[in-house]
Write a protein that binds this ligand. Sequence first.
Ligand SMILES: Nc1nc2c(c(=O)[nH]1)N[C@H]1C(S)=C(S)[C@@H](COP(=O)(O)OP(=O)(O)OC[C@H]3O[C@@H](n4cnc5c(=O)[nH]c(N)nc54)[C@H](O)[C@@H]3O)O[C@H]1N2
Ligand SMILES: Nc1nc2c(c(=O)[nH]1)N[C@H]1C(S)=C(S)[C@@H](COP(=O)(O)OP(=O)(O)OC[C@H]3O[C@@H](n4cnc5c(=O)[nH]c(N)nc54)[C@H](O)[C@@H]3O)O[C@H]1N2
Ligand SMILES: [Mo]
Length: 927
Amino acid sequence: MSDTIRFTLDGAEVEAKAGETIWEVANGRGLQIPHLCHKPAPGYRPDGNCRACMVEIEGERTLAASCIREPLEGMVVTTNSNRAETARKMVVEMLLADQPEREAAHDQSSHLWDMAELQGVSESRFPKLEKERIPLLDDSHVAMSVNLDACIQCGLCVRACREVQVNDVIGMAGRGHDAYPVFDMSDPMGDSSCVACGECVQACPTGALMPSTVVNEAQMGDSADFDEEIKSVCPFCGVGCQVSMKVKDGKIKHVEGINGPANEGRLCVKGRFGFDYINHPHRLTKPLIRREDAPEKALNVDPENWQEFFREATWEEALDKAAHGLVDLRSYYGGSAVAGFGSAKCTNEEAYLFQKFIRQGFGHNNVDHCTRLCHASSVAALMENVGSGAVTATFNEIENADLAIVIGANPTENHPVAATYFKQFTKRGGQLIVMDPRGQGLKRHATHMLQFRPGTDVALLNAIMNVIVEEKLYDRNYIEGFTEGFFEFRDHIRAFTPERMADLCGIEAEVIRDVARRFADANRAMIFWGMGVSQHIHGTDNARCLISLALLCGHVGRPGTGLHPLRGQNNVQGASDAGLIPQFLPDYQSVKDPEVRELFRHIWRGTEISPEPGLTVVEIMDRVYRGEIKGMYILGENPAMSDPDVEHARKALGQLDHLVVQDIFLTETAMFADVILPASAFAEKSGTVTNTNRQVQVARQAVQPPGDAREDWAVLVEMARRVGLDWDYDDPREVFDEMKMSMRSLHHITWKRLEAESAVTYPTTGPDDPGQPVVFGDGFPRRAGRAKFTPARLTPPAETPDDAFPMILTTGRQLEHWHTGSMTRRATVLDAVEPEANCSLHPSTLRKLGVAPGGMVRLTTRRGTVEVMAREDRAVSPDMVFLPFAYVEAAANILTNPALDPFGKIPEFKFSAVRVEAVDTAQVAAE
Ligand SMILES: Nc1nc2c(c(=O)[nH]1)N[C@H]1C(S)=C(S)[C@@H](COP(=O)(O)OP(=O)(O)OC[C@H]3O[C@@H](n4cnc5c(=O)[nH]c(N)nc54)[C@H](O)[C@@H]3O)O[C@H]1N2
Ligand SMILES: Nc1nc2c(c(=O)[nH]1)N[C@H]1C(S)=C(S)[C@@H](COP(=O)(O)OP(=O)(O)OC[C@H]3O[C@@H](n4cnc5c(=O)[nH]c(N)nc54)[C@H](O)[C@@H]3O)O[C@H]1N2
Ligand SMILES: [Mo]
């Protein structure tokens, strides 16, 4: 059978590829056929229900819906015959009869009205239909308005919700003409289980579903009423969704997903509705200097009432003061008295400049960023055993997999758009094995849910590998061809029988065997992991196990296989690549390597680079605490909330002689600052960013920074000049060009190319190669091209429950909030959905405590105490409490343990011994 079909379209001989519809072929040739229930976007299946796209096919009695009909060899299709035109017109007129008047349309520029115009229809000949049975306005949701009087029953919202995002909230109630979408069974949208991804709003062709920011109180608006549309990248997570920001009067009015390689048009609630933090009145608009007579440094500044602590200053004065404070410490104590934390929320160019600022300006490598608290252990294990810290395959490769393991990651909340691909994978029959102590969102989609004991990943994974080794299910050819260390590994793994490990990890031996066999049997399998794996004192061992597991079965280097640590921040991959880590210069080139230092000495015009690997985040904070580090420059990080044992970190910050903070808000960290430099938010600057998939993308400035705030890179250049560096960059492009001089990963990637192609995956083999989604098919960037098996032993958590602290505290995230809350608690929609500090406890635990859901509990660890509202959640096991770290009023990190993994230097955020008590509200009130 040939791959192309030849047929006649409006008298012309044309070709269709196999699987292409008549509508697609016509559209490709510039013919416009109206379409309503069909959305020509990735992931949307044509449905053929609205009949607006009818065409005539020779020899067929009835007209055909072109969106769903595939041409056959020799077929003769006419799109512009009288009969087809009349039929389409009729369809549109019937639909319009059912709509609010043009002037009262919920969306003046809806796709429906566009299509009506295209078909030459401006009003309907048909009488208005009665629609009284359908509730009109449902404004129960903060982010979206539902006006069902404009619904044409096209079902796009249902496909958006069920097939694209796989959230399964929207369904159709009623029949035929009386059908209308409902949320869950029949809840108002705001009370339903809707996660507000807004995919339905983006899909709706009529304005029946609209972003609330686009309609007025009369439910009228115009989605095309904006001055400019800017294409950029979402500022939140590492998925790197491409967005289109619609800007009106200098402000972002609404956001839509566009077809980036990672998201193909999809977004989540933060990306779509969380953009307005940049307009919050708390934005820093002027440089601030701590007043001479300010009270002692502490966590005590009200972001609305900061005048008692700080005074406004000009940029000149603030930059001078900021830089000279650091220079003075350098002259008096030496460069090592100053350290820096850079940001994974900023661009690649800004990350590069920041590490250069510290290395060049202060002669050491004490520069780090939040990756240390994140995937540092994963990267340590990957560098050791694979030779590269980045993912071996994009998450979208799950499309080609038969089986996937998701372990210690909660993507429906933390990488929601990646999660849509995972859920689609299960709908197609892919086997999804979730390993998580908590019954998280993917549980519903999983073929296997292994709810094992927290902190026992090595036991569980070693047992799985024991089965694969003992039953000889491994891929011998792969092991011989591409790995080293197998024999030692095999001997080591013998002790970890499923029977022995079952008690430890709480999973039955038979289940372990079953999972092991399935993973080994799969043709193509992927492993995804997150913070549940990395944030332990044995995080590196956990990751070593995952690498060994993939290597045993040869599940690396082919489509649909691979190792994918889901990277967290929007630019943590890029910031790490750009050298914002203490051991490595850009592209993971070791500071210990004399040739590398020579290369940078050359590029950085004679700078001597220290051969000593620098200190990491928690180590730097310790030196600050001990008074050895006296000055810090902190860019776009909030360690006063995000560091473990944060009272210690706050105390340390308070002791600094000189602290410069560059942020967009007066954060908890900035409260301790001597100088605060007001930065631009992501939508206010230009640069490149790199997502979890190794895709380099361009971020474009959509709006101006407020007041005197400036782009981070520009502030860095001013700071550098003032500490005596000869920096002369005028544009991030110049920084990017300099990065290319030392970074092989950027070979064949130019700014121009990024502008034109919107994204390039590294590595790319040439200017025409969009990049390699899967790497290491022909060997690894290690000795002899071989990856390595590194055995992992069992290590208990640093702190285990005892009589005084009998339960386990685990910390993490929620869908609506970003880390320390600085941005999302200032985003209207996100804050409205999740306004209050909360923790989750099993119903039986709450009952034992005598606390009703919504009541207050007190959590105490060896580090401190917080009081917080408790939710009932069966997903949490009875001996655990889950606490998100976004809320300053109940800061999780007051409780967490700063004990570190020896390799990755990552703290044990996922396991502390805790005491949970009811807060006697009567007593509190009396006090
Ligand atoms: N909404 C939102 N999204 C985010 C972020 C955010 O703040 N908010 N932050 C971003 C960043 S920087 C990151 S790093 C990612 C993190 O994304 P994830 O890795 O998904 O983050 P967490 O919620 O911290 O933890 C993941 C899971 O680990 C499980 N877990 C706890 N203990 C253990 C254990 O001992 N073993 C195993 N296997 N699992 C365990 C938890 O139950 C939880 O479901 O999210 C990114 N995306
Ligand atoms: N208990 C507990 N603690 C944890 C974790 C956990 O799971 N549990 N996870 C850890 C992990 S994985 C991570 S990644 C860290 C995150 O820790 P942080 O990086 O400290 O947290 P964020 O809140 O993301 O801080 C980003 C800061 O940048 C600012 N910002 C945003 N955009 C810009 C910009 O364009 N320019 C500038 N200059 N500033 C900007 C924000 O206002 C905010 O203050 O937290 C870690 N801490
Ligand atoms: Mo992270």
